[in-house]
Design a protein around this ligand. Structure first.
Ligand code: CP3
Length: 347
């Protein structure tokens, strides 16, 4: 049975329907910006236990809808649950981020990984969290499902953590491209099974996070990232999809040809520059500098209005990357409020 929403502005905008104002949500809205998240999280020994507790994940997902009045919820999870389901365990170190005790270095490492449904079957806790969230939301707003893009997941699996240069992962593309493609295909097969499961559990739109897209030279982005994004988009025809390839301004023509509805932009990419490259058919999402939200309410309102003016129609308002955890809530409210007060000119 199709969902019935009290507020379906986000899905109408993603489908390209004419709307009065752009919908608004924030990447990383579920999490540390909210005192109620920090209170809930304090009951758990670590991030992974929290993520694997569907009741907690569902509560964290709904918190920003209650507190901020955003037009969409995003399921509380992490992109690193996919490598874990494939058999590569990670730790989330307080204040330092993720770390993989073992990394992928050779063919034996890739051969040992699970993929497709055999890997995705370990992600039942995310499907449970999605189903529980849908029940709690009771149609208030649509629910976004997500996964990391294959290149970004490869980067974590090869580097073992975040990195200033991603030189280990980038090196593999030159020194062992066959191994890189084998690994990317296994990640892609897993991601397709995982996102299919998310849709079955109630996700209304899917976003792919290619957080390290901007690390690759254009030819490598075209060879090692775009074909796998295409496979994922083609495997999920029935649901709207957003591709957020951070800092991949150089790949916008290729991204514009993907069978997805929405392209996410980081704050370095001018809306008109992106529009000229992706064409008219796509909806653009983004892209206020997250640091603008540290400013006073007037500055935030002016920055948000200028962004809205530059995008014009066919836009979903968001930041250019995830909201930083120490952002004042008043700043987030000023941003959301400025978008919700905006009306497109008629005609
Ligand atoms: O509100 C939401 O967006 C939903 C939840 C969400 C999280 N991670 C929760 C989280 C989403 C969509 C992600 C995606 C994610 N995770 C990305 C892609 C988006 C991006 O920022 O580029 C990436 C690269 C990761 C990997 C990751 N997870 C890192 C690098 C870190 C540590 C840095 C940090 O932000 O602390 C995480 C941990 C993480 N994921 C936290 C949360 C709320 C913080 C840990 C905690 O609360 O204990």
């Amino acid at each position: 049975m199709p969902d019935i929403f009290q507020n379906d502005l986000f899905l109408r905008a993603a489908r390209g329907e004419t709307v009065d104002r752009p919908p608004v949500w924030l990447m990383r809205q579920a999490g540390r910006i909210l005192p109620q998240y920090r209170a809930l999280r304090a009951n758990f020994p670590d991030f992974k236990t929290f993520v694997k507790t569907p009741e907690a994940a569902a509560e964290a997902t709904v918190q920003p809808v209650d507190e901020l009045g955003v037009d969409a919820a995003i399921i509380f999870s992490d992109i690193l649950v996919v490598p874990e389901a494939m058999g590569l365990n990670y730790e989330m170190l307080e204040a330092r981020g993720p770390r993989f005790p073992e990394v992928i270095e050779n063919q034996a490492g890739v051969d040992a990984l699970l993929s497709g449904e055999n890997a995705a079957e370990h992600l039942g806790y995310v499907y449970d969290a999605l189903r529980l969230t849908k029940r709690t939301l009771a149609g208030r707003v649509p629910l976004i499902g997500f996964a990391g893009a294959p290149w970004t997941i490869l980067a974590y699996m090869v580097e073992g953590s975040g990195s200033k240069t991603f030189s280990k992962a980038r090196r593999m593309l030159y020194t062992n491209p066959v191994l890189a493609h084998t690994l990317l295909q296994k990640i892609t097969d897993t991601t397709i099974a995982y996102l299919t499961g998310q849709v079955a559990a109630g996700a209304n739109l899917l976003q792919l996070f290619d957080s390290w897209a901007g690390e690759l030279p254009p030819a490598h982005y075209r060879a090692f990232a775009v074909p796998y994004l295409r496979q994922i988009c083609e495997a999920l025809p029935g649901v709207p999809k957003t591709v957020f390839a951070k800092s991949a301004w150089f790949a916008l023509e290729d991204l514009g040809e993907l069978p997805c509805e929405v392209i996410g932009l980081d704050w370095n990419t001018p809306p008109a520059f992106a529009r000229a490259r992706v064409g008219e058919s796509k909806i653009l999402q983004g892209n206020l500098d997250p640091c603008c939200l540290y400013a006073d309410a007037e500055t935030i309102e002016a920055g948000t209005k200028e962004m809205l003016r530059q995008f014009g129609r066919r836009h979903i308002a968001n930041l250019g990357h995830g909201v930083y955890p120490d952002t004042p809530l008043e700043g987030v409210r000023a941003f959301v409020g400025a978008v919700k007060a905006w009306r497109y000119a008629h005609g």
